[in-house]
Design a protein around this ligand. Structure first.
Ligand SMILES: [Zn+2]
Length: 412
């Protein structure tokens, strides 16, 4: 689609289409991409969805002008797994898992970073910076390597060793901040502003990130044979994946491919749940979280200094008829165990938060017959061995002499 500019996600004030624009001139809130009327017929849009095999097959729905600027590594086109049997605990709903761990760097973040780095390449950007809890930093450094663009990643000290190793392997500079996730994002923003480097932070900071996230919705509708989901469970820190998916479903509704977007249900970890707290209080206002404490480090975002990000996610969840929940670390561990043991999906703690949320929602809200619920499994367990070791460990593995007798002695 022809991107026509950037629009404030709060007041609607319009801005020119610049890659270095991050906030509204009038109110300071984040921006999103605005498009000229696309005029896609229902059948034309459906045809594109059916034939797409990778994210950039949705080129017509994305903001890039030049296809030769695309920076891709095979992102998108991730599997949708049927998970109603086993212990999905949907209690009446059909349950599906959108396995985003199969993106090139093991997380959905490859989608927004592919779009952001492609926009960067189209505009001749030489250096990109991101503040990240980890996965976005890994994705950005991989796509920057592919694009030949210099990368700097700023992370909190809670970032897993595996993620730090990956960022270094992709050749980015990585700096750990002795502070919170919010601190990392804030100083990364300051660094960009001072040096005119491109800020690729994927909270809502870089407006092009949402455009990659929305492609998850396109794939869901297609892979569910155009019988849309009724509920989509999304792990959220600040929540751009929830809003991005919601935008994707709004596109699909505008093209006549579904009646209305599904209920978007944001799921936070109880140890860092500023948006869920606002939802429970029934307020429009989101307050920053004082001290995050959860194994789901990928969504341990206190929102300090950018509380409006939380408001945007809260609005999208409410507008869709959805909700924002929080789940305990114990619920997350149980969901990780089920994902691995029942469906062969190794998720990091954050990646299992959607399933933990679905189980809670089944108890607190309930599903109706005919409901179709999707959990987005956002990130892979290979990148967080400490998280995986919360439900399995290798400390007491048997070691035996290389003989059949000794082997048979320990195999039960
Ligand atoms: Zn504004």
């Amino acid at each position: 689609m022809q991107a026509s500019g950037l629009v404030c996600l709060d007041c609607g004030h319009t801005h020119g289409l610049g890659v270095f624009s991050y906030e509204c001139d009038r109110c300071g809130w984040p921006l999103g991409v605005a498009y000229a009327p696309d005029g896609f017929s229902s059948s034309a849009a459906r045809e594109i969805l059916i034939s797409a095999r990778r994210m950039w097959d949705f080129f017509d729905f994305l903001p890039l002008d030049r296809s030769d600027a695309i920076v891709e590594l095979g992102e998108g086109g991730t599997p949708l797994l049927e998970a109603s049997s086993g212990d999905g605990d949907g209690k009446g709903a059909e349950v599906f898992l959108k396995n985003e761990t199969l993106n090139p760097t093991g997380a959905f973040k490859d989608r927004p970073l592919s779009v952001i780095l492609s926009m960067a390449r189209q505009h001749g950007v030489e250096r990109v910076v991101t503040g990240s809890s980890g996965n976005a930093g890994v994705a950005m450094s991989a796509y920057a390597a592919r694009a030949g663009i210099d990368a700097v990643v700023v992370v909190p000290q809670t970032t897993s060793r595996e993620k730090l190793l990956a960022i270094k392997a992709f050749g980015a500079q990585v700096v750990q901040i002795a502070g919170t996730c919010s601190d990392s994002l804030s100083v990364a923003n300051d660094l960009c502003a001072k040096h005119d480097w491109l800020c690729a932070t994927t909270t809502y900071r870089n407006p092009f990130g949402l455009e990659g996230d929305k492609t998850v919705a396109y794939e869901l509708l297609r892979d569910m044979d155009f019988r849309p989901p009724t509920h989509v469970f999304v792990p959220i820190g600040s929540g751009p994946l929830l809003t991005g998916c919601y935008r994707g479903f709004q596109d699909l509704a505008r093209w006549g491919l579904l009646d209305e977007p599904p209920r978007m249900i944001g799921v936070q970890a109880r140890g860092c749940a500023p948006i869920a707290a606002a939802y429970e209080k029934g307020t429009e206002h989101v307050e920053a979280w004082a001290h995050s404490d959860t194994i789901a480090t990928g969504i341990a975002d206190e929102l300090k200094g950018y509380e409006f990000d939380g408001v945007l996610s809260l609005r999208a969840a409410r507008q869709s008829g959805g909700a924002v929940l929080s789940v305990s670390d114990q619920q997350i561990i149980e969901a990780m165990e089920s994902l691995a043991g029942s469906w062969g999906v190794l998720a990091e703690p954050t990646g299992a938060v959607g399933l933990a949320g679905l189980r809670q929602y089944a108890r607190t809200h309930g599903f109706s017959r005919g409901d179709r619920a999707v959990c987005i499994v956002t990130g892979c367990g290979f990148k967080d061995s400490v998280g995986i070791s919360r439900f399995v460990d290798t400390d007491k593995l048997p070691v035996v002499e290389p003989s059949l007798e000794a082997l048979e002695h320990v195999v039960t």
